[in-house]
Design a protein around this ligand. Structure first.
Ligand code: NAP
Length: 310
């Protein structure tokens, strides 16, 4: 068990917790983060931080990326400091590490960030050409589930490769849903986040309506708790944000806005209108433009309440 040497790129809200779980499980983890400060905690606990993603190519047989978007992915993979500049995937590069590294079958890139479908499709094609095994594995579940290793992994790619990577994936998550070849993991992820975006706006608008009707919004959560059909973990997760207007980020508004724009782009490409999502994009953009991008996505509650002030 645990032969893999894993390179982890991106120690943000999610990546930090996911990399920590890999270390806890005994994997030999090498970390990279653009802002070096975030690697200190890992270095202090004995983990090696590399100066650039390229450095991972010679030492890791699996590289996991958990960064914001396509620009961040390009920074991680392309250019003179990117992973690909280190000839990642050329099977012979890790021979010096011996049988311990588990790399006899070649190097694997697992992307777990939420990216555009078209970007993931191109990346899968590029990896195929470069003899890199590739999995398209975005996740659902936010910070608390990343910390407890209970994420749900939406896997796109070769099914046998998913099977081989199962022990690594299930260190970060509790379930893997196989979606078909890449970019289907990303496609499924966008469908799931459409629900999350609209559930958030539903909850926030319901709380705003309660306020103007002089109903205590806490009663909404009491009803949700009692209702077998509406009692949903997500609403519970956001209860404190909504009732106490505390917006410390578990999933930032700016990252959800990015995903909503990916969804709308896909809908446009498929000549499909998503009118509710289009309206929500405008609300989220308004919130982002008033400087709330780094807050939890429930911060749209504040934007709704201030609607006629701005
Ligand atoms: P986050 O806290 O904002 O972290 C983003 C990470 O990407 C950081 O490590 C950041 O580095 C890096 N990054 C951003 N721009 C970069 C660039 N241009 N070049 C290099 N690195 C860059 O985001 P997160 O919440 O962990 O989310 C990560 C991914 O998972 C996103 O795609 C998000 O949509 C997805 N996701 C998030 C959640 C959630 O609930 N948070 C749930 C499921 C999926 P710095 O530290 O240097 O800024």
């Amino acid at each position: 068990m645990v032969p893999h040497r894993i390179g982890f790129v991106g120690l943000g809200i999610m990546g930090k917790a996911m990399a920590a779980n890999l270390i806890k499980a005994g994997y030999n983890v090498f970390v990279y983060n653009r802002t070096r400060e975030k690697t200190r905690e890992f270095e202090n606990s004995g983990c090696t931080a590399v100066a650039m993603p390229k450095d991972l190519a010679g030492i890791a047989d699996i590289v996991i990326t958990m960064v914001t978007d396509e620009k961040a992915m390009d920074e991680a993979l392309e250019g003179p400091t990117g992973l690909f500049a280190g000839n990642f995937g050329r099977r012979h590069s890790l021979r010096h590490l011996g049988p311990q590294c588990g790399c006899s079958e070649g190097q694997t890139l697992i992307n777990m960030s939420t990216l555009p479908v078209s970007y993931t499709k191109n990346l899968a094609e590029k990896c195929l050409k470069s003899r890199i095994y590739f999995l398209d594995c975005p996740v659902t579940g936010s910070k608390p589930l990343a910390e407890s290793g209970q994420l749900i992994i939406l896997a796109g790619g070769d099914e046998n490769l998913v099977e081989r990577m199962k022990p690594v994936l299930l260190t970060m998550g509790k379930a893997i849903v196989y979606a078909g070849p890449a970019p289907n993991g990303t496609g499924l992820k966008l469908c799931m986040n459409l629900l999350v975006a609209q559930m958030t706006s539903g909850l926030c608008e319901s709380a705003v309506l309660a306020k103007i009707l002089e109903i205590n919004p806490a009663l909404i959560f009491e009803v949700l708790k009692e209702s077998p059909a509406l009692n949903c973990g997500y609403f519970k997760l956001k209860q404190d944000n909504v009732l106490n207007e505390r917006f410390s980020p578990a999933f930032s508004l700016k990252n959800m806005l990015k995903d909503v724009r990916y969804m709308l782009k896909e809908a446009e490409t498929g000549k499909q209108s998503l009118p509710v999502l289009e309206t929500l994009e405008k609300l989220m953009a308004k919130s982002y433009n008033t400087g709330e991008g780094g807050q939890d996505l429930t911060v749209i509650l504040k934007t709704l309440k201030d609607y006629y002030k701005n």
